[in-house]
Write a protein that binds this ligand. Structure first.
Ligand code: ZN
Length: 153
């Protein structure tokens, strides 16, 4: 289980799901790729379980940039919401091919955009960055909390 001790948040994700994101991401090498993270909270919203990912149908990507749209994913989101237990959009993930898991300035401003969207009900979005090379992979999980980005360790 991953934690941010300072603010008492924890997160879990199955290796199988994590690996499937890496596989999807690598298909787009050398460009970045990513999608939406789905999951649910327990324990007073302190613990998050990531359960699924939805891949965007429309996006723009390059070696150092990834922009997705939410076009065409509303139906999938709705379906997951009505599952028992209910699942929600909780954040985003994307790859950094041949690069580290450190969020770029674009990544950080994207997080601010999510938090400030008028219809957004997520106050603490998750950002997963998968940094990979031919021989190495690093998963960087971050959470936006009180105007700061914290990394889960
Ligand atoms: Zn990035």
């Amino acid at each position: 289980m991953l934690k941010v001790e300072e603010i008492g948040l924890s997160l879990e994700i199955e290796d199988m799901l994590l690996n499937s994101l890496l596989v999807e991401g690598k298909k787009h090498y050398p460009n970045e790729f990513g999608g939406f993270l789905i999951g649910n909270y327990s324990n007073n919203n302190k613990h998050l379980k990531l359960t699924d990912s939805i891949l965007p149908t429309k996006y723009k990507s390059s070696r150092r940039n990834f922009e997705r749209t939410t076009e065409g994913i509303e139906e999938q989101l709705k379906k997951m919401y009505y599952e028992k237990p209910s699942k929600f959009y909780v954040g985003e993930w994307h790859t950094h091919p041949n690069n580290s898991t450190i969020p770029s300035s674009t990544d950080i401003s994207a997080i601010y955009t999510i938090v400030n969207m008028r219809d957004s009900c997520i106050k603490n979005p998750i950002l997963l960055i998968i940094g990979y090379t031919k021989s190495q992979v690093d998963f960087g999980f971050y959470v936006y909390f009180n105007n700061k980005l914290y990394r889960y360790e």
